[in-house]
Design a protein around this ligand. Structure first.
Ligand code: UT7
Length: 326
């Protein structure tokens, strides 16, 4: 008998500190006008000096557990999606597992901004194969500690935050209907953090050259983002035999307002159906779709029986989509 798997609890955590475009004007040569017209971002959240990805993730996870009316002891797998882990190892998932008081398997997933839908697909597979019953998926990022605050082409784009979802068996007529994951490693150079790994271990030189900061070829990434997110939406709809008019809400990765507009045009979806919060948080990588889904549900935009598509794109390059009947 096939099992239906869906999201039964959601949580989010955004650090208190807001960094506005006006603040950025005092830090690099930029303007509120440039940032708003080129990206749609007005402000982003910044974690405190002692706040890490697991700190943010724990807060989002605790809310998701409460929302699902579960305790940490009910969870049998923790998956954390992050490109800004507390450290290389132990995994951020293990740190979260310990701090929430769960007693189960835990691992991180490395799919950058596509991490949340990637992790949802893995959670669905683990439940369908009966390895797990209740999976906690967390997307948590502290990108502010990995951007070069002297590089105006990247530092205005990113923000910190976390979202979490409890994934478990649901009624037959709802849940995750289809997923689609993709990657193209040949384009990995377009968006990367070059140093600190086994290829380029940390040295004084790598630090002096700023190689521990995120590097991005913005305009190339822009084009692939539009192409791959549009393709990923069409692919997941095709897999489920759905057409775009059956979708009530698109929850895309929040990298740039212009990307969202272009994707909506490509897939011929009215822009009113696209959930947007990039203006308030910027690009939070794996936390973007998690927080956007949380806000869409909590504000009533997504409700019982809504049909939702999550779609994301990021470093790797990776892309992912997930069709859900709420
Ligand atoms: O989550 C992973 C996915 N990431 C993305 O999807 C990001 C995709 N890329 C983008 O969103 C856009 O490419 C950016 C927002 C990064 C850049 O927008 P753009 O329209 O592609 O601008 P550009 O890179 O072509 O730069 C245009 C100009 C340049 O000046 P010149 O060379 O034309 O004189 C830049 O130096 O804008 C300049 N510029 C800025 N000016 C003021 C770049 N950053 C800034 C800035 N303030 N912050």
């Amino acid at each position: 008998m096939t099992i239906s798997v869906g999201i039964t609890g959601l949580g989010a955590y955004l650090p208190e500190r807001r960094l506005t475009n006006l603040d950025l004007e005092k830090m690099v040569e930029t303007s509120d006008e440039w940032i708003v017209t080129r990206t749609g971002i007005k402000e982003r959240r910044i974690a405190g000096p002692n706040e890490s990805a697991s700190d943010l993730g724990v807060k989002a996870a605790e809310e998701a557990l409460k929302d699902a009316r579960l305790t940490a002891k009910d969870i049998d797998l923790v998956i954390a999606a992050t490109i800004t882990p507390d450290m290389f190892f132990p995994s951020t998932a293990c740190l979260i597992q310990h701090r929430i008081g769960a007693d189960c398997a835990a691992f991180d997933i490395g799919a950058a901004c596509s991490g949340f839908p990637y992790a949802l697909a893995v959670a669905q597979g683990m439940i369908k194969s009966k390895f797990s019953k209740k999976v906690l998926v967390v997307g948590s990022e502290v990108l502010s500690k990995f951007v070069d605050w002297k590089d105006r082409s990247t530092c205005v784009l990113f923000g910190d935050g976390a979202g979490a979802a409890v994934v478990s068996e649901v009624d037959k007529d709802c849940g995750i209907i289809a997923t689609y994951l993709g990657a193209d490693g040949s384009q990995g150079d377009l968006l990367k953090l070059p140093a600190g790994g086994s290829l380029m271990p940390s040295t004084h030189e790598t630090i002096d050259q700023g190689m521990h900061f995120l590097k991005m070829s913005g305009s190339e990434v822009f084009k692939v983002a539009v192409r791959s997110m549009s393709m990923a939406v069409n692919e997941v709809l095709g897999r489920a035999g759905y057409t775009i008019d059956k979708i009530d809400c698109l929850i895309p990765h929040q990298a740039n307002y212009r990307i969202l507009k272009a994707v909506a045009e490509h897939i011929e979806m009215p822009f009113e159906k696209v959930f947007v919060n990039v203006d308030r948080y910027g690009n939070m990588s794996s936390a973007s779709t998690a927080v956007a889904l949380y806000e869409a549900v909590k504000s009533g935009v997504v409700k019982k029986n809504s049909t939702v598509v999550l779609v994301s794109f990021g470093s790797g390059l990776t892309w992912a989509s997930c069709l859900i009947k709420w």
